[in-house]
Design a protein around this ligand. Structure first.
Ligand SMILES: Cc1cc2nc3c(=O)[nH]c(=O)nc-3n(C[C@H](O)[C@H](O)[C@H](O)COP(=O)(O)O)c2cc1C
Length: 565
């Protein structure tokens, strides 16, 4: 990948000498510290979002005409990935003994599309996972798939069961457990490279996380708390500061697997984003800058009382180095720190009044969706969907996709998830805009999904294949796929309600829906691939409807075609 560092796509970013004005990171970060401001001081999220925008200079959108940030982020603009520094995609504790896990991917009885649609709040009694359930959740959300390929830089990629931006696999899964039927209470890291657990701490210390969350009830009742972390450098090595967006894109994708696999085992789940970051990171032995917790998930339910945790000594088990050295892209720690919560009390205050935004009112004709009834859903279980899921880059663009498949996927991927900071009966924080190229019974064009009305609204008819390719930096799958799904959010009310942390939530919510949709396509004999896009051009394309919104995420799906010879 190469960049035109000198190029400026927007004249307003030039100073009087005609030189490119870069983002003044030193001023913003004040030597590493974020400028003061309360929870509702949201300039950091906006600065981060702008600093990680993709834009293109000129008529052709490709890697060579890409500009990083508006105004450009100096750390990213002046950087080229050094193949010699490519990070190891695994966290390997050098001194801890592995606890072997069963394979545990045998199919469950529930149709995969039903598991995907569950929110995690469906009523259950006591539900306590065992070691093989943890093995199943970990392998199917972050484990190895058993397939390899050669990457552009001559290395071997070991694919995982979940997609990941650039196949860079920067996420880690930890379990904080009570005593389970066949596993002692403790904190365990899931080691993807050898499909095992390693115990970081012994004993039931869930209370520390519950306190850090301000007493979140689902966490207090959960026999297992999953902590998902990112080691930012593992993605930033290639994607620079945009890696922090990818953190939440990939986390939402992985969590769509976690939630569906748990649902298929009748385990309740609740996503928790309100927690004191440092307290959780300290418990896991993370410094919170290089590797940090990005989401928690309560799994299962138990009536057994939560034991109090004694004062805990720090843990610092040695791990294998990832690279000869690591590069820091300053907007990442800036954004993560500015969106941190400090205490249990601030966490419960943070989630106390979730945003209830109003969905856009339809302004034009609605087409009601016609999803398959539950009894006609394909029976393929979630485990099979996950093991057969891949990123689909070749589409049979001439053959239309059925309206029933289109409707079923939109409907089943948009029912939301149970989360500490979201109102279960409120609309999602994002709007889903669609570019429809070839769906039976729908004129090609631009549509808006109205999940609460179970309908799509046509905004503009036309053939937009060329624009779809341009918007995604010249990539072919968005041109050829049957549907492009753009998740856009109005960041102002989100940040107003949730402060800078709302940015984490907004990104995560979009990729979670997209992750569900991606899994669902494989139940319908279709395929999908996540993508990336030119932020401001996306908004211009969907405007005037999308004025004021921000581009969050795009995924495309459709009928697969075998790879051309
Ligand atoms: C959030 C996200 C964004 C992605 N963006 C792109 C993209 O812009 N272009 C692309 O070709 N693939 C994209 N991918 C697909 C990854 O490259 C793919 O997941 C990875 O190479 C692993 O392959 P697999 O999904 O077939 O297992 C994306 C995947 C995810 C999860």
């Amino acid at each position: 990948m190469s960049l035109q560092h000198e190029a400026c796509y927007d004249g307003s970013n030039r100073n009087t000498m005609g030189r490119l004005m870069l983002l003044d990171l030193d001023r913003l970060c004040q030597g590493g510290k974020v400028m003061p401001g309360g929870n509702r001081d949201t300039h950091v999220a906006i600065t981060f979002h702008n600093a990680t925008k993709y834009a293109v200079v000129g008529d052709v959108a490709n890697d060579d005409t890409l500009v990083w940030g508006a105004p450009p982020d100096p750390d990213s603009s002046g950087y080229t990935p050094d193949v010699a520094l490519q990070p190891l995609p695994y966290k390997i504790y050098e001194t801890l003994a592995p606890l072997p896990l069963p394979d545990a991917s045998a199919p469950s009885a529930l149709p995969g599309l039903e598991a995907i649609a569950r929110t995690g709040a469906e009523p259950t009694g006591e539900a306590i996972p065992d070691r093989s359930t943890l093995a199943r959740i970990a392998r199917l959300s972050n484990g190895l798939l058993g397939r390899q390929a050669n990457s552009w830089d001559g290395k071997t990629i070991e694919f995982r069961t979940v997609g990941s931006t650039g196949a860079l696999y920067h996420l880690e899964v930890y379990f904080v457990c009570a005593d389970l039927p066949d596993l002692d209470a403790g904190i365990y890291h899931y080691a993807a490279h050898d499909h095992s657990l390693r115990q970081l701490r012994a004993g039931d210390v869930r209370q520390v996380i519950v306190a850090a969350s301000g007493g979140e009830l689902a966490l207090a009742e959960a026999p297992v708390i999953l902590a998902l972390t990112s080691t930012f450098w593992r993605n930033a090595w290639y994607y620079r500061s945009r890696a922090y967006r990818h953190t939440y894109w990939d986390a939402g994708t992985a969590l769509s697997h976690v939630l569906a696999v748990a649902a298929a085992r009748a385990l309740p789940t609740r996503l928790v984003l309100g927690y004191a970051d440092a307290a959780v990171n300290d418990l896991l032995g993370l410094n919170g800058v290089r590797e940090a917790t990005v989401a928690l998930c309560a799994i299962g339910r138990t009536a057994r009382p939560l034991p109090t945790a004694a004062m805990l000594p720090p843990v610092d088990h040695p791990t294998r180095p990832l690279s000869l050295h690591e590069v820091t892209f300053r907007v990442i720690p800036m954004m993560h720190q500015a969106s941190a919560l400090e205490s249990g009390a601030s966490s419960s205050a943070w989630r106390a009044a979730p945003l209830r935004r109003r969905s856009p009112e339809p302004q034009g004709p609605l087409t009601p969706l016609q999803p398959l009834p539950a009894e006609h859903l394909p029976a393929t279980p979630i485990e099979d969907l996950i093991l057969r899921r891949r990123s689909t880059r070749h589409y049979d663009r001439e053959t239309p996709m059925s309206f029933a498949a289109f409707s079923t996927l939109l409907e089943r991927s948009s029912r939301g998830v149970a989360a500490d900071c979201l109102a279960s009966d409120a609309p999602p924080l994002h709007d889903l805009y669609l570019i429809v190229h070839n769906v039976e019974g729908l004129a090609p064009g631009v549509y808006l999904h109205h999940p609460q009305r179970h309908a799509v609204e046509v905004l503009r008819e036309g053939d937009f294949r060329a624009q779809a390719q341009r918007l995604t930096v010249g990539q072919e799958p968005p041109r050829d796929a049957h549907v492009n799904c753009y998740y856009l959010a109005d960041l102002d009310p989100i940040l107003e309600c949730y402060g800078n942390r709302g940015y984490r939530l907004a990104q995560l919510g979009c990729s979670l829906s997209a992750g569900k949709l991606h899994l669902g396509t494989h139940a319908m004999g279709l395929g999908a691939v996540g993508s990336t896009a030119l932020d401001d051009e996306v908004i211009a394309f969907f405007s005037p409807h999308a004025v004021g919104k921000s581009y969050m995420f795009v995924t495309v799906f459709g009928k697969r075609r075998s790879r051309p010879a």
